[in-house]
Design a protein around this ligand. Structure first.
Ligand SMILES: [Zn+2]
Length: 345
């Protein structure tokens, strides 16, 4: 397992079957390298499966080709490309690799629209974000900067056709083992992980990352549906579900393997409850818009894409408070002002 830290691997026995390989690829994003995984053969004579591809960015593509070559493969050998979720650092190269290999592309149905049409840039998504940001009290010129930041990110992904859908509970034969698909909405609505019960390995993508708390990115509702999906509420549920499996190790989309999956998932849950309390305390002092809260808890001077993520996170904490009856939004015109609800005993 090439992405595992040798020192950590020496201290804890990490299950690492010889058919599972991790390739760490550079990205132009502040998150740093992305981990993609190659699972050799399906045990029935099929070719290798690539889980995630890295961004459409020359240094990433070069590193991927070199990594595959070191294992004796070329892009044209790929049988399947699975996309864990439609973020550029994970899926950007998929279209190019699929065209070159005629590999079958698999993803969850919720990721299909974004992968095929880049729906993050669609009119529907643009309108949704404008409405959400306006309601959140974000000034027009900041909204413009956020829209530009999102457009810049999209340069690193090419649209790709999804050939087959994978759903929660589906079993996939990869690297000679049977992997169970887990849909874990939170960081993204269609995020999928893969779990192998015999070895206890979880291919976690961005659901759980060793050094970074996954962001509950605000996304538009699926086509034809109304109402913003409450991603942090979904994420907390899925963290509980993954924790209860007690995987032996999680191989993530970024960073080192996680050997205390249960402990880290519980730590992340506690972190979000703590942050929600902090937001509530701030609202007790005085009502505020989401933009004002993000400025208080983070900074409005952040680069636009980081500000978008900060807004997503605080929105998640407001959703938790609203769900628990501890905060509510009162509108004065188009803007939502959040107020704390007193605790009832
Ligand atoms: Zn992501």
């Amino acid at each position: 397992m090439e992405c595992a830290d040798a020192e950590q691997a020496g201290r804890v026995t990490i299950p690492s079957p010889p058919t599972l390989h991790c390739l760490s690829l550079p990205t132009p994003f502040s998150v740093g390298d992305v981990n993609v995984y190659l699972l050799e053969s399906d045990g029935y004579g099929g070719g290798p499966t690539l889980l995630d591809t890295g961004p459409l960015w020359q240094p990433a593509e070069t590193a991927l080709r070199q990594g595959l070559a070191a294992m004796g493969y070329a892009v044209s050998d790929l049988d399947r490309i699975i996309i864990s979720h439609p973020h550029a650092d994970h899926c950007g190269l998929a279209g190019k690799l699929a065209a070159e290999s005629s590999a079958q592309v698999l993803a969850h149905p919720s990721s299909r629209a974004t992968l095929e049409h880049g729906s993050a840039g669609s009119r529907w998504a643009t309108l949704f974000y404008r409405k959400w940001l306006t309601r959140s009290g974000v000034p027009a010129q900041v909204q413009e900067a956020i829209a530009q930041g999102r457009a810049t990110t999209r340069q690193y992904a090419q649209s790709v056709r999804v050939d087959a859908e994978v759903n929660d509970g589906d079993r996939l034969r990869m690297g000679g083992s049977d992997w169970e698909t887990m849909l874990v909405p939170g960081h993204s609505g269609g995020l999928i992980c893969f779990y192998e019960p015999e070895t206890g390995i979880l291919l976690a993508s961005d659901h759980l990352i060793a050094d970074i708390s996954s962001n509950p990115v605000v996304e538009p509702p699926p086509d034809g549906e109304s109402g913003r999906p409450k991603r942090l509420l979904q994420y907390l549920q899925q963290l509980e579900r993954v924790a209860s499996l007690r995987p032996a190790v999680a191989y993530s989309g970024h960073g080192q393997p996680i050997t205390n999956v249960h402990g880290l998932a519980k730590e992340r849950i506690a972190f979000h409850y703590q942050r929600a309390d902090q937001v509530w305390e701030s609202l007790v002092e005085r009502p505020a818009t989401l933009f004002e809260l993000a400025g208080k808890l983070f900074s409005v001077e952040l680069p636009p894409i980081h500000l978008f993520l900060a807004l997503s996170e605080v929105q998640g904490h407001l959703d938790m408070l609203e769900d628990a009856g501890r905060a509510r939004c009162s509108t004065d015109g188009p803007i939502c002002y959040w107020t704390a609800e007193p605790i009832s005993n």
